[in-house]
Ligand binder design. Structure first.
Ligand code: FAD
Length: 428
């Protein structure tokens, strides 16, 4: 029995699995096994709306077992520790799984660029847990700020710094803006809008690199109109528990620094043999195969395809590469020529909070309310499964009528104000 293993149930890995299931359905001599360290698929584009309490965390994840056709492929919830390509096996704490073909799609990780204190004193924003704990962190600080009599202390607690003005940083800061101004400032009697400060630090001279310059300019203007301080050419040079040093001189006091600035390939990918690009992604040929290992395909955020060096690290690229890797395995099995991956830019959509977005799609560029409606419609359509689509649509509708949910259902993960430092789990 031949075994095709897919590492990672994100956009690339899941798409590859679905495609393999379609291509090899009915083949009893071949097994498809998907491996992921948690048992759900996460729809990352809606993560900022978890941090702002707009939607329920469970509504943007889909259990792998609920994905259509999941009984036809194997699934193992486990963490891969090592990839042994020569022995053709993936190693876990509890053993190893051999493979004949492998699709590697473990996504990426945060790069703190060796900035002192960044790893220890900033909040990452990549996973569902990151978004959940950030939401609770924001609420926790608002609770403290509401009863402190020290105005400077209150201001420091209510200053939120986002390091990185890419689409994740921009979407996050605009969501936080909605949450803090539309909800918090109206309900916490001792917090005035003037106490709240939102800052974006971007080392480059512009925000939203990769987005059409006119739309990026529009977004910058919009952020500033909303009162968000966007500092361009501003590099976080050192991070502390109570603030951040900018460009080696200025110090901004803040209890919450969120790091969205840098991305690197996963450690497992960086450890693979063969060439890598400057951010550690494995350089693969046009068929997405690893040099010297035609049975190993790399897709998504982990891959730097020779034919698509300029492809951004976004979901549509991972999805397209997942499909091609799956089809190329089928071609290898049938002795057919392989397909090549070419990056075709499909456009870019960036939400700027409630009622505003910028959209660049199919040669059309627009912004404002209709762009926001388009952003919502497209993301709803792309969510996996009707149940999740309905849940998110209902969350959005309720969010327009009723206040957001400000309950803190567990102790914050770290809060030096009330002396909490332990780790805790996502609440039920
Ligand atoms: C906050 C945020 C917002 C984003 N918004 C957008 C957006 O609006 N539009 C867009 O197109 N893109 C967006 N992206 C980027 C998009 O999520 C990625 O480009 C895409 O997820 C890459 O797909 P992938 O398959 O390579 O990896 P992922 O989707 O990250 O999946 C990797 C999977 O592998 C698992 N894994 C990792 N290591 C192991 C291991 N050792 N063992 C087992 N499993 C492992 C992970 O848990 C994960 O499930 C966003 C990303 C973030 C973080």
């Amino acid at each position: 029995m031949k075994r095709i293993v897919i590492l990672g149930a994100g956009f690339g890995g899941l798409q590859a699995t679905i495609e393999l299931d379609r291509l090899f359905r009915g083949r009893t001599d071949l097994e498809v096994v998907l491996i992921n360290d948690h048992n759900y698929f996460l729809f990352t584009p809606l993560l900022p709306q978890i941090a702002s309490s707009y939607i329920n965390p469970r509504h943007i994840v889909q259990a792998v077992r609920d994905i259509r056709g999941s009984r036809r492929f194997g699934f193992r919830r486990d963490t891969v520790r090592e990839l042994h390509l020569d022995r053709r096996e993936l190693v876990f704490d509890s053993g190893a799984v051999p493979f004949d073909y492998l699709i590697v799609a473990p996504g990426s990780r945060t790069d703190h660029f060796n900035v002192r204190g960044a790893k220890e004193h900033t909040w990452e924003f990549k996973t569902l847990e990151d978004a959940v704990v950030l939401r609770e962190r924001v609420l926790d600080l608002c609770e403290h700020a509401d009863h402190t009599s020290d105005a400077a202390e209150r201001r420091r607690m209510l200053t939120f710094v986002v390091v990185g003005g890419g689409y994740t940083g921009v979407e996050l800061v605009t969501e936080l803006h909605d949450f803090l101004f539309r909800y918090i400032a109206r309900r916490y009697r001792n917090i005035a809008p003037g106490d709240i400060r939102l800052i974006v630090l971007e080392a480059a001279p512009e925000v939203l690199r990769g987005v059409h310059p006119k739309l990026a300019q529009h977004a910058l203007k919009r952020l500033r109109v909303e009162g968000i301080e966007v500092r361009l050419g501003a590099r976080a040079t050192r991070c502390f528990p109570g603030g951040v040093e900018v460009n080696g001189s200025e110090f901004i006091p803040s209890e919450t620094l969120v790091w969205t600035a840098g991305v690197r390939a996963h450690e497992l990918v960086e450890a693979l043999p063969g060439p890598h690009d400057p951010i550690g992604r494995a350089i693969v040929n046009e068929h997405l195969q690893l040099d010297g290992h035609p049975e190993v395909f790399i897709v998504g955020d982990s891959a730097a395809a020779l034919t698509a060096a300029d492809a951004p690290r976004i979901a549509p690229v991972a999805i397209a590469q997942g499909q091609i890797a799956a089809r190329n395995i089928a071609h290898l099995e049938r002795g057919e020529p392989l397909e090549s991956y070419r990056y075709v830019a499909q456009g870019m959509l960036v939400s700027l909070g409630m009622n505003h977005a910028v959209v660049n799609i199919a040669g059309l560029r627009f912004s404002g309310y209709f762009a926001w409606l388009f952003w919502n419609a497209l993301h709803l359509y792309k969510l996996v499964g009707l149940k999740k689509q309905l849940q998110v649509a209902i969350d959005w509708s309720l969010g327009m009528i009723f206040p957001r949910d400000a309950s803190i259902v567990r102790r914050p993960r770290r809060c030096r104000l009330c002396g909490t430092a332990e780790e805790s789990e996502i609440p039920n």
